[in-house]
Design a protein around this ligand. Structure first.
Ligand code: HEC
Ligand code: HEC
Ligand code: HEC
Length: 273
């Protein structure tokens, strides 16, 4: 009886083993297929650094911020014209997922001082030393940007086609990209609804007792609500054009940060209005 059970079990186990090679973990697959160029720890090997036309890239630095879909696409199809050849001939789709799982365990500690240095060297010509983009080339104000870290890193990696914001992938290493992105994120203005409330009482309440009393004007009024307007459009409606005639010149003296705070207060008190 016992022997028969063993035989049956052996037959079950042996069949798949014979059909395909031993299953490797994501780590083992990475070490066998990728470490040669990307380094065992994902930070690029000496060999990978010397590759032409472009060196291998540090996967550890960007792994937490790059989506699986993007990793899958690059690993499956490679990057044309570089040593990163398509891996779909050496790894099956499940093995690629295993490798991605492993890459996704990489963590990275950003270096904000390096991020600041690189930002000032590479980004400030358009975005300004303080990130507020007062340089006149139409760059976005990064201090009020709504992008999360992933979005910032995506923008740096790929740029915005058709604008001056070109891809910075060959200007910056992945570690630099991660550092710059964390630095940009650290510049983010944190609007204060409490401060906004005080500014509102002083500058707005004489005509709009509460933010709920604000009515949009013009044709847009029938179709739009305050929540349909992003911060920039709302700011335009407050500090520019017809509203200045209604509210008085003093409205144009509010600073950018003042308006961010007022808008934060308006949004907090009107919700979905
Ligand atoms: C022969 C060297 C080599 C091997 C082996 C190799 N890569 Fe690459 N890899 C590169 C190079 C070079 C680049 C940079 C391509 C470029 O400039 O866009 C790259 C880029 C990448 C990128 C994109 C990184 C980024 O920041 O855009 C990913 C992801 C990647 N490799 C994953 C892998 C994985 C996973 C394996 C193993 C299954 C692997 N690579 C094996 C050389 C290699
Ligand atoms: C040559 C000018 C120029 C340089 C240099 C430049 N940018 Fe930009 N950047 C732009 C422009 C223009 C836009 C607006 C693109 C658009 O209209 O969507 C932009 C947009 C962005 C955005 C999107 C912001 C948002 O909220 O949508 C980010 C993030 C960004 N840049 C980061 C950087 C970083 C980081 C660097 C340096 C590594 C950099 N940029 C260098 C011109 C530049
Ligand atoms: C002296 C009066 C006055 C003051 C002060 C005033 N407003 Fe207004 N505001 C108006 C009038 C009048 C309208 C037209 C709609 C209406 O009658 O409610 C208006 C409309 C608006 C609109 C809609 C604009 C549009 O284009 O649809 C917004 C937003 C707004 N006010 C915000 C503010 C904020 C924020 C403040 C304070 C920083 C403020 N207002 C201060 C009189 C004022």
């Amino acid at each position: 009886m016992r022997i028969m059970l063993w035989a049956a079990l052996l037959a079950l186990v042996a069949a798949p083993m014979g059909a395909s090679a031993k299953e490797l973990s994501g780590k083992e697959l990475f070490e066998a297929n990728c470490a040669m160029c990307h380094g065992k720890d994902g930070t690029v090997s000496d060999y990978g650094k010397k590759l032409k036309p472009f060196p291998a890239r540090n996967l550890r630095a960007v792994a937490p911020f790059v989506d699986r879909d993007e990793l899958r696409r690059i690993i499956t199809y490679g990057v044309k014209g570089t040593a990163m050849t398509p891996k779909k001939y050496t790894l099956d789709p499940l093995e690629i997922e295993e490798v991605i799982d492993y890459i996704k365990t990489f963590d990275y500690k950003p270096n904000l001082a390096n991020g600041k240095k690189r930002f000032e060297a590479v980004c400030s010509t358009c975005h300004g030393m303080d990130g507020r983009a007062k340089t006149g080339v139409g760059a976005k104000n990064l201090v009020y940007s709504k992008l999360d870290l992933k979005g910032i890193i995506h923008t740096i990696r790929y740029g915005r086609p058709g604008t001056l914001m070109t891809s910075k992938r060959h200007q910056l290493s992945n570690a630099d990209i991660a550092d710059v992105a964390h630095y940009v994120y650290s510049l983010r203005y944190k609007a204060s609804p409490e401060r906004g409330k005080a500014l509102y009482q002083k500058n707005c309440a004489s005509c709009h007792a509460t933010p709920g009393d604000i009515r949009l004007i013009g044709n847009a009024a029938q179709r739009r609500k305050i929540s349909d307007l992003d911060d920039r459009l709302l700011d335009l409606r407050i500090r520019h054009g017809r509203h200045v005639e209604r509210a008085g010149e003093h409205i144009t003296k509010l600073s950018d940060d003042d308006v961010q705070d007022i808008i934060a207060y308006i949004r907090a008190s009107t919700g979905k209005q």
